[in-house]
Design a protein around this ligand. Structure first.
Ligand code: CO
Length: 134
């Protein structure tokens, strides 16, 4: 059911410093930062030949990643995003198999303007999983 790895997301404390690390030290192509107020994050995408790295910094007071950063002050890997062809069909199949979909189970618009859902880490090897309709 899952297809390509769309991105790996890394929470960072200092977005400018993390962007410089990927651009200057690792020599990667990076996007301009983009605020996503509805998700409480600012993102920078690192473009790799076969996938992307999503650098996430908290935006606003109720950012969903603020607690992650408290627990991991140096930042860390936050989630993996897999592409699916039909997000509602994927959700239904996952729920039927007993996997927990976070939130109200309705897809939200993700960082690329496409519908996304998040799956409970305890059901997926301790890793927060995002699925995105590609
Ligand atoms: Co993501």
């Amino acid at each position: 059911m899952i297809g390509r790895l769309n991105h790996v997301a890394i929470v960072v404390a200092d977005l400018a410093a993390a962007t410089a690390t990927y651009r200057d030290t690792l020599g990667a192509r990076v996007s301009a930062p983009r605020d996503l107020p509805e998700h409480g994050v600012t993102t920078v995408f690192v473009e790799l030949p076969n996938t992307r790295i999503e650098l996430l910094a908290p935006l606003g007071e109720n950012s969903p990643i603020a607690r992650f950063l408290q627990a991991n002050p140096a930042g860390g890997m936050h989630h993996l995003c897999y592409e699916v062809e039909d997000i509602l069909a994927a959700r239904d199949r996952l729920q039927a198999s007993g996997a927990r979909v976070l939130g109200d189970g309705e897809p939200k618009t993700g960082a690329h303007g496409k519908p996304v859902l998040f799956l409970h880490p305890k059901d997926f090897c301790g890793t927060l999983v995002e699925i995105e309709e590609a």
